[in-house]
Design a protein around this ligand. Structure first.
Ligand code: SF4
Length: 404
């Protein structure tokens, strides 16, 4: 089923050995030369990114990476970065050049297709272990290669920069098919509301709100309501009383987590309430794990360190939710000398074992993969993890009425 609710960008990561043609393919896919291409090996050092709209699918980000077989000291660091990108990927394009294949096969005593099957099975095992989708792409198909017909008969993708018309559409089609495979993702509102229900969104327009626009979580919820024929009304906290008076039936109220207490005071107790951050925790994270993690808030002791983890870097204000609001509320509520550290961006490389609790942002700009990797890493390090919306519902005294 086509996933029409998917606004998040899917990461498509190009990997392979040095000089396999990854950067050439990357440039062809994005339509201009962003990655530097040369005949010298290891031209791509750090990953190169390009976001674009894939017609027929939606928003994607192509990522060009350094080659796997770079054994220099710096090369090993580059390979680590490539592995990080694999962990964050939604689809891997594994590039093998016909040069490389011919070189590897020349001493093999096996029949070509058995040799190839063995090679690809070995590579696929790592991707399968990581539960990653992948496509093999054979580059430099304009070169002489004795077994080209066998590859074509087996329906492999053969490409070269001299016959783009032959492969481009096929590759894009294959990428879209793979991205859509088993891709029915849970919607933000699944299990909470149904067609024709009435939803009220409460959006504070404070100093944190961007000028003249809504933020992604709000836009994504509105779009999902439209897609699912759910009626949606939008208001600010100070207009909420009037708004609910004008509606004969309300099935769910969704607020910014910061306004949980104000909204809860205004709403009649029987009305169901949740927050944007909680909706994203349900969709991308593991709500049960986050709820379990929230129980550790009460257990925090003097000198415990809490990691507040945000995925984006943004300027800070005196009302900043992550660096100001949540730490202050925790200190006030618990009265303990708790320390806070902050991480912005990926925390794959961070040593998280010293933390007593991780509080993760809503993750509206994160892929589900990134969120799942964080939860996995927290579990491996025995560190409880929870989420902004859940923590704020507890700190603002609305945990018992909030819908998770
Ligand atoms: S991903 Fe996290 S830090 Fe970035 S905008 Fe969304 S909630 Fe804020």
């Amino acid at each position: 089923m086509e996933n029409r609710y998917n606004i998040e960008r899917k990461n498509i990561v190009l990997v392979g050995n040095k000089n396999a043609g990854k950067s050439t393919l990357f440039n062809e896919l994005i339509g201009f030369q962003k990655s530097i291409v040369s005949n010298k090996e290891a031209t791509t050092t750090d990953p190169v990114f390009k976001s674009m709209e894939l017609i027929g699918y939606g928003a994607v980000k192509f990522v060009d990476t350094a080659g796997f077989n770079d054994n220099s000291a710096i090369g090993k660091l580059r390979v680590e970065k490539t592995k990080d990108e694999i962990l964050l990927s939604d689809l891997i394009l594994h590039i093998i050049s016909l040069d490389e294949l011919a070189f590897e096969y020349k001493d093999s005593k096996k029949e070509f297709l058995s040799f190839l099957k063995e090679k690809l099975t070995k590579i696929s095992k790592d991707y399968k272990d990581l539960k990653k989708k992948y496509i093999f792409v054979f580059t430099k198909s304009d070169k002489n290669f004795s077994f080209k017909d066998e590859l074509l008969k087996e329906n492999f993708l053969l490409i070269s920069n001299v016959n783009k018309n032959f492969w481009y559409d096929r590759l894009i089609k294959k990428i879209i098919e793979k991205l859509k495979e088993d891709c029915f993702e849970k919607g933000l509102l699944d299990g909470l509301v149904k067609e024709k229900d009435n939803v009220v969104l409460v959006v504070p327009i404070d100093t944190e709100a961007p000028e003249k626009r809504l933020i992604l979580p709000q836009v994504e919820v509105i779009r999902e309501c439209l897609d699912k024929n759910i009626n949606v009304s939008i208001t600010k906290p100070d207009c909420l009383s009037d708004c609910i008076k004008n509606l004969s039936k309300i099935d769910l109220v969704i607020t910014d987590s910061q306004a949980f207490d104000i909204v809860s005071d205004i709403l009649p107790k029987e009305l169901r309430l949740t927050s944007f951050s909680i909706l994203f925790a349900r969709k991308k994270g593991n709500i049960d794990k986050f709820l379990q993690g929230a129980k550790y808030l009460k257990k925090l002791k003097d000198e415990d360190i809490v990691l507040i983890s945000e995925s984006c870097i943004h300027t800070k204000s005196h009302e900043d939710i992550g660096t100001v609001l949540i730490p202050n509320l925790i200190l006030k509520k618990l009265g303990k000398k708790i320390k806070f550290e902050f991480s912005h961006g990926k925390f794959i490389k961070t040593d998280i074992s010293k933390y007593s609790l991780i509080i993760q942002c809503g993750g509206c700009m994160m892929s589900k993969n990134d969120m799942q990797n964080r939860i996995k890493k927290a579990k491996e390090n025995n560190v409880p993890i929870t989420n902004y919306g859940i923590v704020l519902s507890y700190l603002k005294g609305v945990f018992d009425r909030a819908r998770f």
